[in-house]
Ligand binder design. Sequence first.
Ligand code: HEM
Ligand code: HEM
Length: 140
Amino acid sequence: MYTGFKHLHSGLAYLLLLALIIAVFYAIASRNKPFTSGSKKIALLGLVCAHLQFVAGLVLYFLSPLGLSNFSGEAMKAKDLRLYIIEHPLMMLIAVVLITIGYSRMKRLGTDSKKYKSIIVFYGIGLLFILSMIPWKVWP
Ligand code: HEM
Ligand code: HEM
């Protein structure tokens, strides 16, 4: 179980980064063009990858020896351990919430340029948060 979810979480990370980068750059390149159903699908792909990765991470948090079972005052003092207990999960949660808000606003907003802007800003900040908390020492 643990190994399976660890591989899933590790593999989905590639997919999520790729989907977010495509969504942000596509929105930047198209921002003065009409917002089509294709534009929405590209944003949706980023959202779905983010939600999937979040759920995989949440499951992993309960399975991994670096997750909840490692929660202690001692581990909090160790930089590398604290990353997995608190910093990584919390920052990723904020990032996924931002991406979801960006998608939700995109659906509601009236003009095409505002829709693109919602993706650029919210997906963009979400992507930066994700990049900031990936454990680069062990991944890719
Ligand atoms: C949504 C964006 C997220 C991304 C892009 C992401 C990415 C990653 C990556 C690349 C790794 C390293 C995997 C490896 O060693 O091969 C990792 C590990 C881990 N992540 Fe995430 N993660 C995300 C969200 C979460 C969330 C929300 C949680 C928990 C609630 C979580 C919990 C963990 C844990 C516990 C590990 C350590 C697994 C282990 O080595 O035992 N992740 N994550
Ligand atoms: C902890 C688990 C999850 C939570 C809390 C969550 C939350 C949400 C929320 C709040 C929205 C609404 C966004 C909007 O306003 O349009 C949403 C949309 C969506 N979620 Fe999740 N989600 C979760 C897991 C997943 C998973 C595992 C998938 C599987 C692929 C998924 C796929 C989607 C899709 C496709 C939409 C967009 C629906 C649309 O087109 O409007 N979610 N989710």
